[in-house]
Design a binder for this molecule. Sequence first.
Ligand code: GAR
Length: 218
Amino acid sequence: MPTLKVAVLISGRGSNLQSLIDACAQPSFPAEIVTVLSNRPDAYGLERAKAAGIPAAAINHKNYESKAAFEAALQDAIVASGAEFICLAGFMRLLSADFVSRWSGRMINIHPSLLPAFKGLHTHRQTLDAGVKIAGCSVHFVVPEMDAGPIIIQAAVPVLQGDDEAALAERVLAEEHQIYPRALRWVAEGRVTLSGDRVEVKGAEAQQTSLRMPDRAV
Ligand code: GAR
């Protein structure tokens, strides 16, 4: 099976990008990252890409007079790379409905909550403020509405007494690094189908693990 050519869009640290880089480095992994693009020139993730020998570039949104012009540059760079699929990995610009529709069914995102709860910024603060006892993360197809769209996989973690944002973020992030490569593998293997607002993953293994609930003492 040919590998799926993927563009990864980032804005910062790039730890999820790293988990995708590491997964793609496995010989049997069905996807390859052909470009990493950041809207912030100082994003550490650009260094991670370069260290892995992946073409990487900054497309600074501040250098464009409009969102449309920024997105046109983004689109040109993605198409030039040969990418057929986009992974948003901590990409913190809201994409227009035009851009999203061009990549409909071919763009996924990771968000550090159990969607549809706690969309947007300061996710962990929202989670702690709400007093919920289970937190987690979600990989989902991108639709024009922010942090919405059909969910491919989620992982759950406990919220522990005494957690602050940093402690919760760290626990959730460890799970993000597990589920994002798994979701990309499923997509690249052609096992993911969209049926309305819902995702179906073919294969018994996938059915059993679309919810990752680590067995840990709480
Ligand atoms: C991750 O926690 C990701 O889920 C979140 O930003 C962080 C990026 O970290 N994304 C969002 O909040 C999107 N709404 P990373 O740069 O180390 O991957």
